[in-house]
Design a protein around this ligand. Structure first.
Ligand SMILES: *[C@@H]1O[C@H](CO)[C@@H](O)[C@H](O)[C@H]1NC(C)=O
Ligand SMILES: *[C@@H]1O[C@H](CO)[C@@H](O)[C@H](O)[C@H]1NC(C)=O
Ligand SMILES: *[C@@H]1O[C@H](CO)[C@@H](O)[C@H](O)[C@H]1NC(C)=O
Ligand SMILES: *[C@@H]1O[C@H](CO)[C@@H](O)[C@H](O)[C@H]1NC(C)=O
Ligand SMILES: *[C@@H]1O[C@H](CO)[C@@H](O)[C@H](O)[C@H]1NC(C)=O
Ligand SMILES: *[C@H]1O[C@H](CO)[C@@H](O)[C@H](O)[C@H]1NC(C)=O
Length: 404
């Protein structure tokens, strides 16, 4: 391009920019919910839905924006055949109705379904206002207790990103992920009190390529729980606590569960949690497969049970515990795990006598028991791990109950 051409084009481009700027708030591709009737401290559900539907019909990438401020939001499901990538920017604090009886039981609070190239961002806060709901949760007494809505639900998203969002005090699970492919969570902050029941941080099932990075999760239940059918999941630089740690499972309770294959937990820290990294399967279970789990570079601080395989998991004591789990666990490694445990049980590898664990590798372990009843110890059943590097406490060395 020669100079003359440039000279001619620059002022023209400048005029075009001015003209676009004069269109003012109607920036192309930006759908601000306040232009659709959303008002502070009022329910924005309808406005959000309208803005979303228009954005979704746009043939070029679009943004739905919830600006800074406090808004109420009822249950919303964003689900449409979007024509181009769509970003939902939540800069606001959104509050759920506090009374769970006001909510439909067959719907989450905010659901996003079936979108390719979806992004949720904006640094906003989703406040589930769960306190009233927790008081009604009777999961301790009943198995069919999942009647409270989850906070955020992402289903069948592909190539998507959830970043820079805070979820507070969900009524039940904070974030539920099902059927997604290539979904990244980055910079997520989840908070609920240690005593809130079943407020799992992020639960993922039947998904491939879900990554969770640079996030902080403190809840009353699992930090991250991994259900059946999860493949190629990477969890990196996540801090958990309080709560129950990162769990694969529980598995084996229902027939037809899909294998869990390829879970990588790296550079994660657990503070004041009940467990660190854990695999749990039910006794008297259906068949199942868990393969290729790798836990590496983990710090535990004041964690009750830092490393756990529990194939006799039966939280409400309603199982036939004498019948073994049929979920086969293989190719699992625990490497470079350091810190302190709150009980002597630093390492528990309790595999099924029906299908003993295979290919378990334990690398460097340095866990000190912080109490004074004696040293930290390990307990092992039906597993014969290969040991690499140094283990403190010694792992599976003095256990009589090795598999034969
Ligand atoms: C997920 O990402 C991988 C690697 O980038 C790609 O090959 C695959 O097609 C993606 N999956 C979907 C459903 O887009
Ligand atoms: C998840 O992380 C792994 C390891 O860093 C990477 O190979 C993979 O591409 C990531 N997946 C996505 C969807 O970003
Ligand atoms: C780990 O995540 C935290 C946010 O929880 C972030 O501040 C920090 O920079 C991350 N570290 C690395 C090495 O990415
Ligand atoms: C873990 O953290 C270390 C030190 O911050 C860093 O060098 C390494 O790349 C990290 N590993 C992963 C998988 O992020
Ligand atoms: C260890 O964790 C327990 C349970 O969360 C907590 O009550 C206790 O204060 C913690 N101890 C220390 C020394 O942080
Ligand atoms: C968060 O709270 C809302 C309102 O109770 C609920 O609908 C939603 O499902 C919760 N999210 C998760 C993932 O638990």
């Amino acid at each position: 391009m020669n100079n003359m051409n440039m000279n001619f084009k620059l002022p023209f481009a400048f005029a075009l920019v001015l003209f676009l700027a004069q269109l003012g708030e109607c920036q192309p591709g930006v759908f601000d919910v306040t232009k659709y009737g959303a008002k502070p401290n009022e329910d924005i559900s309808k406005a959000l839905l309208s803005a979303f539907k228009e954005a979704c019909n746009s043939k070029t990438p679009s943004k739905v924006v919830i600006p800074k401020g406090n808004f109420l939001m009822n249950q919303v499901r964003l689900e449409w055949n979007c024509k181009a990538p769509l970003e939902l920017q939540i800069h606001a604090t959104l509050k759920a109705p506090p009374n769970p009886n006001q909510l439909k039981h067959d719907m989450e609070w905010l659901t996003v379904n079936h979108i390719d190239h979806f992004t949720l961002s904006g640094g906003g806060i989703l406040d589930g206002q769960g306190e009233q709901g927790w008081a009604q949760n009777d999961c301790k007494n009943s198995e069919s207790c999942s009647k409270l809505p989850n906070n955020l639900s992402f289903n069948f998203l592909t190539n998507s990103l959830i970043s820079d969002i805070t979820s507070l005090d969900s009524k039940l699970f904070h974030i539920n992920v099902l059927g997604c492919k290539n979904l990244t969570f980055h910079g997520i902050n989840i908070k609920a009190p240690a005593e809130s029941l079943n407020t799992d941080g992020i639960h993922v099932a039947r998904s491939r390529g879900v990554n969770i990075t640079n996030s902080q999760i403190g809840t009353g239940d699992d930090c991250i729980s991994i259900g059946d059918g999860v493949q190629e999941m990477h969890i990196t630089n996540v801090t958990c606590g309080p709560g129950h740690g990162i769990s694969v499972g529980s598995l084996g309770k229902s027939p037809g569960e899909l294998p869990v294959v390829g879970v990588f937990v790296q550079n994660c820290t657990f503070i004041d949690t009940d467990n660190g990294v854990r695999v749990k399967t039910w006794p008297a279970s259906h068949d199942g497969v868990v393969r290729d789990l790798h836990f590496e570079d983990i710090i535990v601080q004041n964690v009750s049970n830092p490393v756990v395989i529990d194939q006799g998991y039966c939280p409400y004591n309603q199982c036939k515990k004498e019948l073994p789990s049929q979920v086969k666990i293989s190719k699992v490694s625990f490497k470079n795990i350091k810190g302190t445990s709150r009980t002597q049980e630093a390492i528990q590898l309790m595999c099924s006598k029906g299908v003993p664990c295979e290919g378990v590798e334990v690398g460097d372990i340095d866990i000190k028991y912080s109490g004074n009843e004696g040293p930290a110890k390990s307990t092992c059943e039906n597993v014969d791990p290969s040991l690499v590097g140094k283990q403190h406490p010694p792992v599976c060395s003095t256990t009589p109950a090795q598999s034969s």
